[in-house]
Design a protein around this ligand. Structure first.
Ligand code: 5GP
Ligand code: MN
Length: 349
């Protein structure tokens, strides 16, 4: 038996909301990752099994290595299918917001969600969710939203109805948000859930391969280039920063998701416990942060309009690359000051 993480009250409200809704929209965050896509498709499969109409809407495109997931082809990409997204959300009687804690994480989809009169349910694992939903199922202690979706389905009494396709989507989210169970993956119940998913018929080794062993030659060469030419090590503060410019991305025929996971690589170096990937985008600079241990990269990401988890976070900058790097390197070089400031502000809270 899994422990009852989600409150009985929230499960009861969820049950009633599901009873009263035929048409359901599921939205998730910008630059959807495995947990965003996995939790959304997992929930969509479950809802369709209940005879509901369920539509997944994402703000922008997700990496192609999730295309094999059942239902991925039906996902509406707001940036490319504006009208379809608008229609799906305006017709929905119930909206699920998955894997994000604030409306500014869904870009243009936010205004559609805001103006809808449908009831809204948040299922998420980021700290400090904003109050934009009627029901808030927020559990930062759980390592993926996909796991929360699995727990919610079970608590509603529908474990027997979980299909292989639903189980595959949930597994993808659990696997990717823990780096294939190498961080945030200490909770024993994670493995109880994986066991249940295996009994549903998923092939976990094949899923690993489909998600992680899908590099194009260009992507592999870009990774090699980043590691050999672009990785700057700050030994005194046990940190690494990699910077990827637009010109470099063009040189390697960059496709969505091609730099996914690169930020984790420097953490394999003995003694390095903070890693940052700075990637120039058409209109902004995207920063990805990772740490091992207790260094709170979400607090550092907050200095760049972002946030996230203790060990994985992201932010963005609209300043020049030079100014962005100057700010970042200063923060990193003074990590001790940063850590003590964060620690003392937490005491104050
Ligand atoms: P990634 O580095 O893989 O893009 O993001 C890691 C995690 O950081 C995500 O799961 C998400 O929780 C968070 N994150 C990434 N980018 C942003 C951002 O721009 N704003 C906020 N608030 N969180 C972000
Ligand atoms: Mn997540």
């Amino acid at each position: 038996m899994l422990s009852k993480i989600i409150s009985e009250k929230n499960i009861e409200i969820l049950r009633q909301l599901l009873n009263g809704a035929e048409n359901i929209a599921i939205v998730t965050h910008i630059s959807p990752d495995g947990d965003a896509v996995g939790s959304s498709l997992g929930l969509a499969h479950f809802l369709k099994g209940l005879g509901k109409q369920a539509t997944v809407i994402v703000p922008n495109r997700f990496p192609a290595f999730f295309n094999w997931l059942s239902g991925a082809q039906d996902i509406i990409i707001y940036e490319e299918q504006n009208e379809a997204a608008q229609k799906a959300i305006s017709e929905a009687q119930l909206i699920f917001c998955l894997d994000f804690n604030s409306l500014d994480r869904i870009n243009g989809v936010a205004s559609l969600v805001k103006s809808s009169e449908a009831k809204k349910v948040l299922i998420d694992h980021h700290v400090n969710p904003k109050e934009f939903c009627d029901v808030i199922i927020s559990h930062p202690e759980i390592s993926s939203t996909s796991e929360l979706v699995f727990r919610a389905i079970c608590r509603l009494g529908y474990f027997p109805d979980i299909t292989k396709e639903c189980a595959e989507a949930i597994y993808v989210g659990m696997m990717t948000d823990t780096g294939n169970f190498s961080y945030n993956s200490q909770q024993p119940e994670i493995y109880q859930i994986i066991s249940e998913l295996l009994f549903k018929g998923i092939d976990k080794d094949a899923i690993y391969s489909r998600v992680y062993n899908t590099y194009s030659v260009n992507r592999m060469r870009l990774m090699g280039y980043c590691l050999s030419r672009k990785m700057k090590i700050f030994p005194e503060v046990r940190a690494a920063i990699m910077v990827l410019t637009l010109e470099e991305q063009e040189r390697f025929d960059y496709q969505v998701g091609d730099a996914e996971g690169f930020v984790n690589l420097p953490l394999s170096i003995e003694g390095i416990d903070i890693s940052v990937l700075v990637r120039e985008d058409a209109k902004k600079i995207k920063l990805s942060f990772r740490s091992q241990g207790t260094f709170p990269v979400n607090k550092m990401a907050e200095m760049f309009r972002g946030g996230g988890h203790l060990n994985a976070a992201g932010g963005e900058s609209y300043q020049s690359m030079r100014k962005t790097l100057w700010k970042l390197e200063n923060l990193i070089k003074n990590r001790a000051d940063f850590e003590s400031t964060v620690a003392s502000s937490e005491v104050d809270e």
